[in-house]
Design a protein around this ligand. Structure first.
Ligand code: ATP
Length: 373
């Protein structure tokens, strides 16, 4: 078990990470997910021992390793820029960590390990090639191989696949997942790529401005985002946020020029009102694209008439961007539906699929109440 407790790391006047707490169990594939500058690399570097934090401690299997140098921690670290040796061939690059003066292995064992890893990563045919003669994707596999030939306590991977093109990324995603399961290893990784994080991680930690905002398995975070920031970081494509307010007569309405009532039930309205105390105060209704209902022609009550902005494809899925006054809504539509720019479209938000966020910090109102309870 790896534990980071109360870690704060400051560079000059930048607080890179602040009072960060994290526990990673043996065998997990844990991914820190956050935008650029969120503090991901710093967290990994503190874990490995390449940065000394101003505050906080790192524990491995219960032992305080905060003052141990990186080599003694025995964590294999794969950087974004993978630092391969371009003049050496692939075999010698893979052998490099196994020939270090501190942990030199017999050549026979080195060969066995390299053969196994090369086979698993489909790079056996590249072993004799110089690294400088490899494509970006092949180099990435070699870098991963050089990490896997070691038997470290934990594999720490910083943006291991984000610089690759879509196809290779997908291939390596599958590879990583398979290797994680087959080797039974612990992986602590970081990325800004929500799709690969959702695909690979057993648990995700959402990091933003140096703070962990939420930890959970990918589905749990997706279905229960604690805030608008979390929803924005995890979502692909993004959640739509629509302004709403409570009207004096105890009704919840979308705050458009022509008010559209949202029926959420008395109980939920009561809960919302315990957070949104000020009637007429604007807060937000958030909906994932797949939860928005679409009608094409028939005017049905509860549906809002709007205009199609653009249609976009994400793989086999088709999304429509809808404009309604100043609001932009993204909805998943069935492949058979065809829309063009400026077409009329009707959409509605099923109340049980709506997340409500308070206006000050964008926190999920339902979750606020559960936490307070
Ligand atoms: P990216 O996805 O772009 O790699 P990140 O989430 O890994 O970003 P970090 O590299 O950890 O973010 O950086 C967190 C913050 O700390 C940023 O504001 C960054 O500019 C700053 N920072 C990181 N390392 C240093 C350093 N050595 N000196 C000064 N500031 C630094």
């Amino acid at each position: 078990m790896l534990e980071l407790k109360g870690i704060t790391k400051i560079f000059g006047d930048i607080i890179a990470i602040q009072d960060l707490n994290l526990t990673i169990q043996d065998g997990e594939f844990f991914i820190l997910l956050g935008p650029t500058g969120a503090g991901k690399t710093t967290t990994l570097r503190v874990t490995v021992g390449l940065e000394k934090p101003e505050n906080g401690k790192v524990y491995f299997q219960g032992e305080d390793i905060s003052n141990l140098p990186p080599a003694v921690r025995n964590f294999a670290f794969m950087f974004e820029s993978h630092n391969l040796y371009p003049v050496l061939n692939v075999y010698d690059n893979l052998a490099f960590p196994l020939r270090s003066p501190m942990n030199r292995l017999p050549e026979k064992e080195i060969q066995e390990r390299i053969n196994k890893v090369a086979h698993d990563l489909h790079i056996t045919h590249l072993l004799k090639r110089k690294v400088s003669a490899l494509s970006g994707g092949e180099q990435q596999r070699v870098a991963l191989g050089r990490t896997l030939v070691r038997k470290p306590n934990i594999y720490i991977l910083d943006e291991p696949i984000s610089s690759l093109d879509y196809k290779l990324r997908e291939e390596l995603q599958t590879e990583f997942k398979r290797i994680h399961e087959e080797y039974g290893i612990t992986i602590f990784s970081a990325t800004h790529d929500n799709i690969s994080a959702m695909a690979m991680a057993t648990r995700i930690g959402i990091i933003h401005e140096g703070k962990i905002l939420q930890i959970g398995d990918p589905r749990e975070i997706y279905t229960n985002p604690l805030s608008m920031t979390v929803a924005n970081i995890i979502g692909a494509p993004s959640m739509s946020f629509l302004p709403c307010r409570i009207k004096k007569e105890n009704q919840l309405v979308l705050n458009f020029p022509e008010e559209t009532p949202l029926s959420v039930g008395l109980e939920r309205l009561k809960k919302i009102k315990s957070v949104i105390k000020n009637e007429e105060e604007i807060f937000y209704a958030g909906v994932w694209p797949e939860d928005i209902q679409i009608e094409k022609e028939i005017e049905t009550t509860g549906f809002i008439g709007a205009e199609v902005d653009t249609v976009e494809y994400h793989g086999a899925e088709k999304f429509v961007n809808i404009s309604y006054h100043d609001i932009h809504v993204k909805a998943l539509i069935s492949p058979g539906m065809s829309y063009r720019h400026k077409d009329r479209i009707l959409f509605s938000l099923p109340s049980e699929k709506i997340y409500f966020f308070e206006p000050k910090q964008g926190k999920n109102i339902d979750k606020l109440l559960t936490q307070e309870a």
